[in-house]
Design a protein around this ligand. Sequence first.
Ligand code: SF4
Ligand code: SF4
Length: 437
Amino acid sequence: MNEIANKARAAGVVGAGGAGFPTHVKLMSPAEIYLVNGAECEPLLKVDQQLAAKYAHQLVRGLQLAMQAVGAREGVIAFKAKYVEAIAAVQPLLASNMRIHILKDVYPAGDEVITIWMATGRRVPPAALPKDVGVAVNNVLTLINLARAVDEDAPVVDRTLTISGAVSDPITVTVPIGTPLREVIARAGSVTVDKPYFVNGGPMMGKLISSIDQPVTKTTGGIIVLPEDHVVIRRHRQPMQDVLAIARAVCEQCNLCTELCPRHLIGHELHPALIVRSANYRDIGKPSVLLSALTCSECAICEQWACPVNISPMRINVALKAKFRAEGARYVGDLRPLDPMAEHRLVPTSRLVTRLAISAYNKKAPLDETASRSSRVVLNLRQHVGAAAVPVVQVGDTVQRGQLVAEIPADALGARVHASISGRVEEVAAQFISITH
Ligand code: SF4
Ligand code: SF4
């Protein structure tokens, strides 16, 4: 393992953009281009654009280290033009082999595969990885964490996230990992609706939160508060049998979900209209049509934007994915020609905001890094892709902020976990370690 990857491993750096892939593993695969995904295309989330402006030096340093680790000849930072402060802060720091790429303000510009295509012209084949086309990708916070890991031996103990939606004072805060969501939401003033629901992530790709007593993890990018009757919440709460019943009753086979599916547009077989038809009539046609559900990014364009009769091809894909994964099935398929209209069929963010009925919530959420004073944190042992970390502390131990509390199991893919506050280990369970101050 190279020294930079080794430092990332030691610090527990994982992809902060969502999946939490261990960064040290990514830093061990050669790539020609290192891409910083600074698109932050989910409406209402304001994390990366503000961190890039405030910590521009660390972002560019992280990119330089990542490029060195994988032997990249070019570094590309993808921003939207409206991130004026981030661009102004980063541009003067760029080395001659780095550039900023300005993305159109469309959704899903931040989907890794789409960002790669927009910023480099390379298309990742279905079921392939960015490294298969010579590209490595991380988001802004991940590379800032990498710079801190290498230059300061600083482990990942904090997370920056936006609290937005139906709250009096939308805000972007940095808190110790493991802080209960309830405490973080309180930093955004008061909730302004009677029956609030909470979404972890953005309104398009986020997941409904079952309890706000859950802790912040390394991949928690935002909490969106919405009223019970909001269209986004109604979608999330719709039972699967209703999704299937509606699909059977009203699908017009208009094909719009396929014509606007970003993955289909860039040449993937994924064809949500045919998948809906297959689910409706058991008219499977080629088995690969159904298996291509495994390549769905869950961007929600088909359900929140394309379908005129409120069907959710995405939900059907999610159900198929679970079934296929349980069976160990894999999708195999070639990259097809790019749709000549692809660039023009991605969705303008401004129109998406209107369609999602979130215009009233689309406000600034200024970054406030005032230290949070949580007296108890719960550190999930699996905040990343791979195996759960193995505790190396016991109940009653005194730990310092930044101290290692859980190690990667031998010969496994995973990430370390560190104490995010100083205190006493209260509980060590199969899924988590809690620390009280
Ligand atoms: S969620 Fe729908 S639009 Fe998005 S990739 Fe999947 S099938 Fe395509
Ligand atoms: S957009 Fe809706 S109605 Fe049209 S084919 Fe897709 S699921 Fe059916």
